[in-house]
Ligand binder design. Structure first.
Ligand SMILES: NC(=O)c1ccc[n+]([C@@H]2O[C@H](COP(=O)([O-])OP(=O)(O)OC[C@H]3O[C@@H](n4cnc5c(N)ncnc54)[C@H](OP(=O)(O)O)[C@@H]3O)[C@@H](O)[C@H]2O)c1
Length: 337
């Protein structure tokens, strides 16, 4: 029997990507796509790449939870904007309790509402490769931010093994990172053919990375400058540091390969990775360059997949005790785009 899936905020990019990925996942069936703004529209009116099956199914603005009461497990993804799930959370739990399904719900939130400890209501932080033990059996998961995913995957091995005094990090993201609603900074005419930094030293994902560093390595002195790039999908992060000593031949490779030995999705490629290797897939590629005591590490991933919906599916698999790559194992991106 497949596990039913409900997606809240389903008209979002996150909702569309979840639907695209879950159509390839044999363990689940998307049962409700919930959208307040697009109630009654066909799924394919909003997510045109999914025109086939999605042509006949329609968005709803509420779920009759009782209709799911026969299932042992029920998965709810929330792709709502920041603050929206936290605002609805107690009402949702009341509905699940009334339907007798509270204990059977696995909730995976894509937003930042429950990522940090101070807001944590029993949510496990879903950085899959580093939190897998906690994610198995989890019932509430806070999926990481897209930049936080790239930064943490790249920085944790460095900080853990090489003890840098300071790391300077730079990240470029495409316009889909800003979500559906255009702003002065994200609207296409302002962004295409432009290139500029934003929120230097104070991006909100930094706190997520700090938390992972404390838990899996040590607190580190590091800075982050994000940039708005003109492409649509994909994140490219550079991590640069000067170490207390020069690295031995092959040492960086050993550290990164040793940090992700069995990971289906995080790969040390040694060279200089580019976005087209990962866009559309759940893979994260890491490469690097060494010059004496100077080290640069480069991380690429798709913000909508490994940085959001793909990692959420990976976390669903971990939480339900399925192979971590179920439904994602053959997903590769297009080339060229
Ligand atoms: N985009 C990324 O790269 C990325 C990466 C990681 C995490 N996230 C997080 O994942 C979640 C989904 O992100 P997204 O970029 O796919 O979607 P989004 O554009 O932020 O929209 C998400 C949903 O929020 C509701 N919404 C949109 N505009 C709204 C408004 N002006 N006022 C109130 N509600 C509004 C809509 O819900 P209805 O469908 O119900 O109308 C929409 O489907 C967000 O919390 C985001 O921070 C995004």
């Amino acid at each position: 029997m497949t596990v039913p899936v409900v997606i809240l905020g389903a008209a979002s990019f996150g909702g569309g990507e979840l639907l695209r990925l879950l159509e390839l996942h044999e363990g689940v069936k998307v049962t409700y796509m919930v959208s307040r703004s697009r109630k009654g529209a066909c799924w394919s009116d909003v997510h045109p790449n999914l025109w086939n099956r999605a042509r006949v199914e329609r968005f709803v603005d509420r779920v009759d939870w009782q209709t799911l009461a026969d299932h042992d497990r029920i998965v709810v993804f929330s792709a709502l904007r920041h603050g929206e799930l936290a605002a609805q959370y107690s009402e949702l739990e009341t509905g699940w309790r009334a339907a007798g399904i509270l204990e059977r719900i696995l909730l995976i939130d894509l937003s930042a509402d429950f990522r940090l400890e101070r807001a944590n209501c029993g949510f496990v932080y879903g950085l899959s490769e580093w939190m897998a033990d906690d994610l198995r059996q989890a019932r509430r998961i806070a999926n990481p931010g897209c930049f936080a995913t790239a930064l943490a995957l790249g920085m944790l091995p460095l900080v853990r093994h090489l003890d840098p005094d300071h790391l300077a990090t730079f990240g470029l993201t495409g316009s889909s990172g800003a979500g559906l609603t255009p702003t002065d900074r994200t609207h296409h005419p302002f962004r295409a053919h432009n290139f500029q930094p934003y929120q230097p030293f104070r991006h909100r994902h930094a706190a997520e990375v700090d938390r992972m560093l404390v838990r899996h390595a040590r607190p580190a002195d590091w800075s982050f400058i994000p940039y708005s790039a003109s492409w649509v999908r994909g994140i490219h992060v550079t991590i640069e540091t000067c170490l207390p000593r020069p690295l031995a031949d092959g040492e960086l490779t050993r550290i990164y390969e040793g940090s992700y030995p069995r990971s289906p999705f995080v790969h040390w490629v040694g060279e200089l990775p580019g976005l087209l290797s990962v866009v559309g897939s759940n893979h994260c590629l890491i490469g690097g360059a060494v010059h004496g005591r100077h080290v640069a590490v480069f991380v690429v991933l798709d913000n909508l997949v490994k940085g959001m919906a793909g990692q959420a599916v990976q976390n669903l698999n971990l939480a339900l005790g399925w192979p971590e790559d179920r439904g994602l194992e053959r997903l590769m991106g297009p080339y060229p785009i």
